[in-house]
Design a protein around this ligand. Structure first.
Ligand code: PBG
Length: 342
């Protein structure tokens, strides 16, 4: 047996000292999660008598109006920062008429939530036409079948007004049209909706990680979104989009998807004068659920670790389908196996 040489090489720096006990780790922890950091995306389906499960997103539902109200109320009681609503209309057409109809499912749901919840949470609206168009694109099409940027802005202005009038606090334009923030801001201000804020989807990539969302909103998309959403290969243009969105009046900026784009999030967060958020999208949720269902990962810890990663990278808010559940964990006090996330 060899005895270690007491005078042999010994490290001078010992970072392990700060990891030596739970108390020590807690003392030096840099980032934490709070329920108020989390925003819950929710789906509400027109004309439904019962909730519809989304098979590729186990545990996530297309709500009926009543169940939406119940779930949003519960999330609010648990202290989530907000809810982001998506509508699933019964009828779709080329211009997405349901998006601007005050009786359309999304506007009805916004009005209902605002009357039930008032200002006790932040009520957010997805501002995009894709759920409402029969071709599934985020805008209207020109004669050649291409997404017509400027004609779409006209529809976004109308949609912004409908959502503000329904009672949304924060509008989330997710269509990646050029000039969309300026167009919406101008329409809101002209109508006196000075306090309605805009959460710009600033860097939104044409991502395969949105796969399960297509089922969640019964999307009828033909083709893809690569002429308006960003190329996954590009980082630099996220900063250009940020500059434009801020100049046009964005109150918050978002990066989406989340984990595959943490580098973009970090750069955007470092450069942004407005708060920055991240969206942990449907495919990220599905991956966590699928690996956990196979017993390959510890679900709850994977969830919290993934959310904490966004905070570490610079996100103030995180949109996640786990928002209500995780807020509930914090409300009740984290169970022993999750204490390191306290
Ligand atoms: C567009 C929109 C999408 C998502 C949010 N808003 C779909 C898309 O751009 O293709 C995806 C969200 C998710 O995957 O969780 N209205």
């Amino acid at each position: 047996m060899t005895v270690p040489d007491p005078l042999g090489p010994t490290p001078i720096d010992r970072p392990r000292r700060l990891r030596s006990s739970a108390a020590m780790r807690s003392l030096v922890r840099e980032h934490t999660l709070r329920p108020a950091d989390l925003v819950l995306p929710m789906f509400v389906r027109e004309g439904a008598q019962e909730n519809t499960p989304i098979s590729s997103m186990p545990g996530v539902l297309q709500h009926t109006m009543d169940s939406l109200v119940r779930a949003a109320t519960e999330a609010t009681e648990r202290g989530v920062g907000g809810v982001m609503l998506f509508g699933v209309p019964q009828h779709k057409d080329a211009v997405g008429s349901g998006a601007t109809d005050p009786d359309g499912i999304l506007n009805q749901a916004l009005a209902r939530l605002r009357s039930e919840l008032g200002d006790s949470t932040v009520i957010m609206a997805d501002l995009c036409l894709d759920e409402f168009t029969d071709h599934g694109h985020c805008g209207v099409l020109d004669a050649d079948g291409r997404v017509d940027n400027d004609a779409t802005l006209v529809r976004y202005r109308e949609m912004a007004l409908a959502q503000a009038e329904a009672g949304a606090h924060l509008l989330g334009p997710s269509g990646m049209m050029d000039g969309q923030i300026a167009a919406i801001r101008e329409a809101l201000d002209a109508a006196g909706h000075l306090e309605t804020a805009i959460y710009a989807y600033t860097a939104k990539y044409a991502s395969a990680f949105y796969g399960p969302f297509r089922e969640a909103v019964d999307s009828s998309l033909q083709g893809d979104r690569r002429t308006y959403q960003q190329d996954p290969a590009n980082g630099r243009e996220a900063l250009r989009e940020l500059e434009l969105d801020v100049a046009e009046g964005a109150d918050l900026a978002m990066v989406k998807p989340g984990l595959p784009y943490l580098d973009v999030l970090r750069e955007v967060a470092a450069a942004s004068p407005v708060p920055v958020g991240a969206y942990q999208v449907s495919g990220e949720y599905a991956m966590i659920e699928a690996t956990a269902a196979n017993g390959w990962t510890d679900r709850d810890r994977t969830v919290l670790e993934s959310l904490l990663a966004f905070r570490r990278a610079g996100a103030s808010t995180v949109l996640t389908y786990y928002a209500s559940e995780v807020a509930g964990w914090y409300r009740e006090g984290l169970p022993a196996h999750l204490r390191e996330f306290q």
